[in-house]
Design a protein around this ligand. Structure first.
Ligand code: C5P
Length: 403
């Protein structure tokens, strides 16, 4: 019972996804939590007060100026008695009100009055989700420390397709557990490296690669969702780091190694960064000028191998060290050889040949190589691959892993 003794204040917004909240209440209670439901006026158009109250087994709160409730338990107290406030579904309108600090009904007043963490599960039409106003509101809420789960991409009740569907109840439960530090990785520290590195040639030029940092960022988010404390050591990536993880920004491989060392000890370390193998041996302090001597000749030096360094540490080595292998040919053989050469426990191999669209793309097709053998995973969104890998890491650290 991961949530035994925990109390969740659940604000139900007005969206077709509200029906999924009934399942969420069931899951929460199954996990040991008590649920105090707050039904907005719009939410009551989609689910009945009776079904919510019956499933929650608690009194339903719905109006700000409910005198009995004010006498029994004011809205301030209601918002503080919870360990976490969850808004599901969180509509575009509720997001806007939260971002703007409105407090014109019970739900928004509770959200303004609470001193607890807030988790939202947005649900709306894809255009509304992608609207610049919603983008702004989301950024604003995240900057305020609001945790966000979903939305998912898929067919929507309005007949369109895209991101906007509320996360599934199981995913919301996992996010609640993570926000309350109760997931399977609670109390664990995981280091993730991500993104490319930039190796300077001179003060304005550098050598880099096409890594977007998407897989590393997704992995950091998935580990966070399972309750881990995540240190994300990232090179200059195109994809922003997820909220709720400790971000260490670096540029070069040497800086990345130092940052990783500085974050140890860790229970697990996952090296998803596309680290430059070489740097310019002597980067120029001044901008290199065109001149009569022709183009410069760059002498390269080998970078430290961060994965191999950590995997071969004696004392202080994380229990689980995972490397990635981006290959363009003989993927499995090269990756298996790399696992032994570098001394890591697992290698996540992928084919980054030009035709696959994997490097810099949104999907990944990976092969997991462990002591136990080779597993080919179906091609999936990088977020889905990340969730699967995070679950495997959690199982391994819990001692129940086959590999
Ligand atoms: O040798 P290769 O670059 O193919 O190895 C890939 C794996 O090693 C990845 O996990 C990558 O993050 C890691 N690596 C590293 N430091 C390097 C080179 C690679 O940590 N200098």
């Amino acid at each position: 019972m991961a949530l035994a003794g925990r109390r969740v204040l659940l604000v139900i917004g007005g969206g077709i996804a509200a029906y999924k909240v009934l399942e969420l209440i069931r899951l929460l209670r199954g996990a040991g939590a008590t649920v105090a439901p707050v039904l907005t006026r719009a939410g009551a158009q989609f689910v009945t007060p009776l079904s919510v109250a019956a499933l929650a087994g608690e009194r339903l709160h719905s109006e700000l100026f409910d005198l009995t409730s004010e006498a029994e338990m004011g809205h301030i107290q209601l918002s503080r008695a919870a360990d976490l406030v969850v808004v599901a579904p969180c509509t575009a309108d509720l997001m806007a009100k939260m971002a703007g600090g409105h407090a014109d009904d019970l739900a928004t007043t509770l959200l303004m009055a609470t001193d607890k963490r807030v988790l939202i599960a947005p649900a709306m039409n894809v255009r509304m989700w992608e609207h610049p106003a919603t983008r702004r509101n989301l950024a604003c809420l995240q900057a305020d420390g609001v945790a966000v789960v979903g939305p998912d991409e898929g067919d929507m009740a309005c007949g369109e397709f895209g991101p906007g569907r509320m996360a599934e109840p199981g995913a919301i439960l996992a996010a609640i557990e993570a926000a309350l530090g109760a997931g399977p990785l609670a109390g664990r520290h995981v280091i993730v490296t991500s993104g490319p590195t930039q190796e300077p040639i001179d003060p304005v030029r550098y050598i880099a690669n096409r890594s977007s940092g998407a897989q590393g960022a997704a992995l950091a988010a998935a580990l966070r969702d399972l309750g881990a404390r995540v240190s994300l050591v990232t090179g200059p990536a195109a994809v922003p780091p997820p909220a709720g993880v400790d971000v260490v920004r670096v540029e070069t491989a040497a800086e990345m190694l130092e940052a990783v060392r500085g974050r140890l000890p860790a229970d697990a370390a996952v090296f998803a960064a596309a680290v430059a193998d070489w740097r310019v041996a002597q980067a120029s302090g001044q901008k290199i000028k065109k001149g009569p001597d022709g183009p410069p000749v760059l002498r390269m030096a080998e970078n430290p191998d961060i994965l191999a360094t950590v995997a071969r540490m004696g004392e202080g080595r994380p229990r689980l060290v995972v490397g990635f292998a981006a290959e363009t040919d003989a993927v499995q053989q090269n990756a298996a050889a790399k696992r032994l050469r570098k001394g890591c426990d697992w290698i996540v191999a992928n084919d980054v040949s030009a035709g696959t669209g994997i490097m810099g793309g949104t999907e990944n097709a990976v092969t997991l190589i462990t002591d136990a053998g080779v597993e080919v995973w179906p091609r999936a969104a990088k977020a889905a691959v990340a969730r699967q890998l995070a679950a495997r890491i959690a199982a391994h650290l819990a001692g129940g892993a086959v590999a």
